[in-house]
Every structure is written in C-alpha cells, then in structure tokens.
Design a protein around this ligand. Structure first.
Ligand SMILES: Cc1cc2nc3c(=O)[nH]c(=O)nc-3n(C[C@H](O)[C@H](O)[C@H](O)COP(=O)(O)OP(=O)(O)OC[C@H]3O[C@@H](n4cnc5c(N)ncnc54)[C@H](O)[C@@H]3O)c2cc1C
Length: 384
C-alpha cells in the first residue's frame, strides 16, 4: 500500500536506496545493535551515494528535491531493518534548523558535511527536568565578547553520542537582555571540547544512540547563533511540524511491517490442524489491523501532500502523530500475539519491531501533548 505513487525519479531513488540498504546495512543490523551504534563509515557511504539531506539545494551538497524523498528514506530504512542509523533525526529534524536559520557562513561551513555524512547533527531540546514543557529549560548561555559560554544538561538526545553539530535550545543572557531569551546555538568544532556525553541503554532501537549531554563552559562563537536571540522557541515550534511528520512516517511504516509479518505468519502457522489465520478471531484481528493501516496511509498521505505544498498542518499533523503512534502500537501488539511464543523471541523480526514502536507515542511530543495542541486548535483552553 504505497503512501503515494512515485514519480520516475522517485522510483529510481527508492530502488537505488533499497539496493544500497540491502547491501550495506541490513547484514550489519545485529552487529550495530550489539555495538550500540552505527559506524561513521555507513553515514559516509550513504552521503556518497546522495541519500543524505537530498532536499538541500545543490550549493550545499544536496539535490534540491522535496520532502517526499525524506519519506522514501524513512520508509526504506524501516523496511530494510536499518532504522538503527539516525538519519531522519539528522536530515529531517536537526539539519533543517541550520538551513533555515543559520548565517550564510555557518551554512557553508556545516551543510556540505551534513550531506556527505562527515557531519552528524542532533537536536537538543529535552532536559532531565523538562521535556513536554520546552519553555522550562535551564541550559543557559551567557554572552562574553564574541562568544556565548554555555552550561547545562540535555537528555534523550538521538545521535548525541556521535554528533559533530548540536543544535541546542537554551536561555541566553546578553548585556541588556532579561536572561530569559530562548535561543538556538549550534555547538560544533572547538566548542565540542567541553561537551561530555553518556550513552543511555534503551528498551529497543539499540543501534540508535540516545545520549545525555553535559555542556560545561562551552565557548560557542556568536556566529553560531541561529537567527535572532530570543526567537529560538518560535523557531522550534515552526520546525516541530516536520519533526512530527517524520515520526508519522515511522509510525505508518512500522505498522505496515508488523501487519505484513502477522499476515504471513497466520497463513503458515498451524494449530489444531489448520492455519491459525483461518480461526475467526485471528482473521478478524487481521481484518482490523489491515483497516487501521489503510486508514493511517490515507490520512498520512494528505498530511504529506499538504506539507509539500507548503500548507499549514499543525492540527492535522498533531492528529496524525497522536493517532498513528497509538495505531502502530495496537497493530504491533496484535502482531506479537498472533506469533504466540515466537513473537517474544528476539530472533524474530516482530519482536524487534514491537520494541521499536513503544517509543513512538513518547518522542517528538507525547500523545497527550498532541491532544493539548489539537484541543487548542479547536478553540479550547486545556488547563495545566
Ligand atoms: C528514544 C528517544 C529519543 C529522543 N530523542 C530526542 C532528541 O533527539 N532530542 C530531544 O530534544 N528530545 C528527544 N527525546 C525526548 C522526548 O521528546 C521527550 O521524552 C518527550 O517530549 C517527553 O518529555 P519527558 O520525557 O520529559 O516527559 P514529561 O514531559 O515529563 O511527561 C511525562 C508524562 O506526563 C504527560 N504530560 C506532560 N504534560 C502534560 C500535559 N500538559 N497534559 C497531559 N499530560 C501531560 C506526558 O504526556 C507523559 O505521559 C527522545 C526521547 C526518547 C525516549
């Protein structure tokens, strides 16, 4: 069930990427999971083939294509069991901040490396004391001549262990300011010297590094400020739609893969002398899963098309993120159940898919926060 009909160019891109993933990534899944990380070489190979940040204009190392190419990358990484590489967080979450709000000098310095795989980027918003309430962050940068001195702590940061460029949401204290201006700084190069990192162990997605980050008197050049001082919160809210859309692609693709695994298994596994898919209950479960997946695909398709056309999608993408993340978990739960004991065994693909989907209603804004946004869009005032 394709999300959209590929054009000829999109089809060529998808086929080339599929082959690349089957050759360069799928065979290493177990090794990367065990090592809790993906080697830098894999990023560079992806960059060399033109699969990274292809939406960037050619002058910055991309091909100037639209968001549908990011959809293709998100889909094929999951289909090829290669989601361990944090490419969507790099190219569709962190890099767009540098592209949209960075100075020309910063863009020229960093973006070509982001497209070649020499630079891995991450977005640092969440802190130990606050996730959903991003305005309550405590990480602080104090202006000192041509530098900001950055101190604070971030947590749960995807790509944080290997990142060379960190887009950091922080409060900025400059002469004459209130000290509460939420701003975005890019920590990279020499500024990384005073960054400490601790990789976290997770329930699933073992190859993707998720990291606690400590900034200790990091000297960040003033040229690494994104946009204007005090506008960081506004920029983050603007970019959240794309981040959530990217997670919606994950939700839908995981749901499709779980359904596919369950359907195939139900046709071949026998109990009481017949395929388990012939039992009425299991056939009805599969019918419901197929319906969920089909509805998800239709709604997501609308969101992607409207986003590519540049339309405002805050309400729709919040609805999609809330519904698709829960739907993927519903489908994954049933798919494991249909596999019986095998569904609980790590060597079965469905077991790994199940572990991966649990985080979908949590990151990029929880299901509850999506409902708060939807309620606000309906003219209501959810109470805090
Ligand atoms: C694997 C993983 C990767 C991540 N990657 C990144 C990353 O790259 N960069 C980054 O910045 N962050 C990242 N995060 C953090 C993620 O975005 C946060 O965990 C998420 O936003 C929730 O914040 P929190 O964990 O602090 O939960 P809290 O905000 O403490 O929420 C706890 C619970 O309270 C609920 N809640 C909170 N406020 C309300 C409300 N107003 N109404 C109703 N319910 C409410 C929440 O929905 C949740 O159920 C990642 C998290 C994970 C698990």
């Amino acid at each position: 069930m394709p999300l959209f009909e590929d054009t000829r160019d999109e089809r060529d891109f998808r086929l080339a990427l599929k082959k690349f993933i089957a050759r360069e990534m799928t065979p290493y899944r177990e090794e990367w999971d065990k090592n809790r990380g993906v080697p830098r070489e894999a990023w560079k190979k992806m960059g060399n083939q033109g699969f990274l940040c292809s939406w960037l204009p050619e002058e910055y190392g991309g091909s100037g294509v639209d968001f549908k190419y990011s959809v293709i990358v998100g889909q094929e990484l999951i289909r090829g069991d290669a989601m361990g590489i944090g490419v969507p967080n790099h190219q569709d979450v962190a890099v767009p901040y540098i592209y949209s709000f960075g100075s020309e000098e910063l863009k020229k310095k960093l973006l070509p490396g982001c497209a070649s795989g020499d630079i891995i980027a991450c977005l640092c918003v969440t802190e130990p004391n606050t996730g959903s309430d991003a305005a309550a962050i405590r990480t602080k940068a104090v202006r000192d001549g041509d530098y900001y001195i950055l101190n604070g702590q971030k947590t749960f940061i995807t790509n944080g262990t290997f990142a060379d460029a960190m887009v950091v949401l922080c409060k900025v204290d400059s002469p004459g300011s209130t000290g509460k201006n939420i701003s975005l700084l890019v920590v990279e190069g020499e500024s990384l010297k005073n960054v400490k990192r601790r990789q976290l162990e997770k329930m699933g997605r073992h190859a993707t590094d998720t990291t606690e980050i400590f900034f200790e008197d990091c000297k960040v050049p003033v040229g690494n400020l994104l946009g204007e001082e005090g506008a960081g919160f506004k920029y983050t809210m603007q970019k959240f739609n794309q981040e959530r859309l990217e997670v919606c692609i994950k939700c839908q693709t995981y749901a499709e893969e779980c359904f596919k695994e369950a359907l195939e298994y139900a046709k071949v596994r026998e109990a009481f002398g017949k395929p388990i898919g012939n039992f009425e209950h299991i056939s009805f479960e599969l019918a419901e899963m197929a319906t969920d997946v089909e509805i998800g695909s239709t709604f997501l398709q609308t969101c992607v098309e409207e986003f590519v056309r540049g339309e405002e999608i805050t309400k729709k993408v919040s609805m999609a993120k809330a519904w698709l993340a829960e739907m993927a978990n519903r489908v994954a739960y049933k798919a494991v159940q249909i596999h019986g004991g095998y569904g609980y065994m790590a060597e079965y693909r469905i077991c790994r898919l199940y572990q991966d989907v649990r985080v979908l209603p949590i990151f990029a804004g929880t299901t509850e926060i999506m409902k708060v946004i939807i309620a606000r869009q309906l003219g209501l005032k959810p109470i805090f």
